[in-house]
Every structure is written in C-alpha cells, then in structure tokens.
Design a protein around this ligand. Structure first.
Ligand code: BGC
Length: 256
C-alpha cells in the first residue's frame, strides 16, 4: 500500500482498560490514522491481550515493525511486574508473544517510558536538558525519567510507598473517579505526591500526561499545583504512548 516501512510504523498502547493502535509517522510524531481502540479483555491474560494486539495489526492490514507500550516493567521484551494487568504476565516474553499473534517484529517498552520518549522527541520535553520527569495519570501512575534527553527506564514511581499503600492507589486518575474526588481534592493529593517525588529526584521539568492531559483538563487542576520544577502538561496528550512506542521501534530498527 505504498507505506514507507522505515518511517510509518504501527504503534500500540496496551492499557488497563483499553488497547489502542494507530499508524504513526515516526519522524514527525504525527498520527497517520485514527486510533483503533479495543477494550482490554478482563482478566487481561497474555493469551487474551495477545489476541487483541493481533486484531489491531490485522485491522490496519499491517506488516512491518511494531512498537508496543506495555503497563509494566519491561526488560529485554520480558515483563517483570504486573500491576493493572494479570499477574501471569510476570516473566512473560511480551515481545515474543505479540510477534506470534501479529506475525510482525515487535519491540516492547514500559508505557510511561513510551509516552516520555514521545514528549521528549515531539512534545513538551523537546530539546530540554537536565532532569525531566514525565508522569502519566490514568488507571495507574506511570513515570519516565530523563537526564539530558537520555531515558532511565522502568522507574515505576507510581509504586512509591505512600500512606501505607502505593502512590497510584492514592492519586491516580482512576482513584479520582472511583472516590468521586473534586479536581481540587484530587490535586491536593497530586501535590503531596509531587512534593515527595521532588524531594527524591529534584527534576528541572515535570510533565503531567495520561488521560488527565486530554481535552484541556489541565484547566481544572494545574492552578492548584505548585512545584520547584517547571510544571506543564503533555503536549501529545493521551496519544503519547502510541507515538513513543512507534518512535522507539524505529530507533531500534535503525540500530539494527
Ligand atoms: C505500572 C506501570 C505503568 C503505569 C501506567 C503502573 O501500575 O506499574 O508500569 O507505567 O501503571 O500505566
């Protein structure tokens, strides 16, 4: 279909509630198609999610490298944790599984790391030196840490211990909805969390992404937050995972 296979890649973002894919121009970071979304099956077992990822590749009639963002620690394609997906993922070769269900070469990375890479390449982090921290607020809280543009992967700052539990059980967007918190009440929790994170890492810039960066929602909470770091919301909004996954696949393909 005339696709330039080295630039126009399929990006897929496996989320706690939805799995989304789109073709991405990995040089400009633009989506080339609408997103195709399929609800993430529950329980989100490897078999069930593998099928959904295969379905997305078939929907786009796609053959070529696929970049996939996945909500867990991922080391060399293998999942090392499982928070908002089924426990049976731990130890699963995610890249190998999706390679089987799509018939394409697949690279996998943590979803927040993918979103962070996209923001650094095409969004708010572009050309930013120093320490940049991207935090994604959705079903969980994801984190991506950069120093002078270099990713330090799998930081999982949503799992910092907090008030006898973990931070994402206190301040994720899912919790805001579940507990029917006002934006202000939720922002107070996020403020506490950000202060804790700043104490540990002293970033120069914090970028807030995930579902809460969509549709001008920042108007509802950003003015309640104050940090020592510069603070902003993600430019690529909720598409950053898809875009970053495709971009990552291209970088690895170029490395050979
Ligand atoms: C997972 C992270 C993920 C984040 C956002 C957390 O529960 O542990 O790996 O990045 O959710 O999806």
């Amino acid at each position: 279909n005339g696709r330039d296979n080295t630039v126009e890649l399929l990006g897929i973002d496996v989320g706690g509630t939805g799995t989304k894919g789109a073709l991405v121009d990995s040089e400009s970071g633009q989506l080339l198609t609408e997103r195709h979304r399929i609800p993430t099956p529950q329980p989100a077992t490897p078999e069930a999610v593998g099928e959904v990822v295969g379905e997305i590749a078939r929907f786009f009639d796609y053959s070529g490298p696929i970049g996939c963002a996945f909500p867990a620690r991922v080391r060399k394609g293998v999942a090392r944790t499982a928070a908002n997906i089924d426990d049976s993922w731990i130890g699963t070769d995610v890249a190998g599984l999706f390679r089987k269900t799509t018939g394409c070469p697949v690279t996998v990375l943590n979803d927040a790391d993918a979103a962070g890479l996209a923001e650094m390449a095409f969004g708010e982090g572009h050309d930013q030196e120093g320490v940049v921290l991207v935090l994604t607020f959705g079903t969980g809280i994801g984190s991506a840490l950069f120093n002078d543009g270099i990713l330090i992967p799998n930081t999982e700052l949503g799992h910092l211990e907090w008030r006898g539990d973990i931070a994402e059980s206190y301040a994720s967007d899912r919790v805001r909805k579940l507990e029917e918190l006002t934006w202000e009440a939720w922002a107070e929790r996020v403020q506490e969390y950000l202060e804790h994170v700043e104490f540990i890492l002293a970033p120069d810039l914090i970028i807030l992404g995930g579902g809460i960066s969509r549709e001008h929602k920042h108007m509802l909470f950003l003015h309640h937050l104050s940090t020592q770091a510069e603070l902003t919301t993600a430019a690529l909004e909720n598409e950053a995972g898809i875009i970053g996954a495709a971009y990552h696949a291209r970088l690895l393909a170029e490395e050979g």
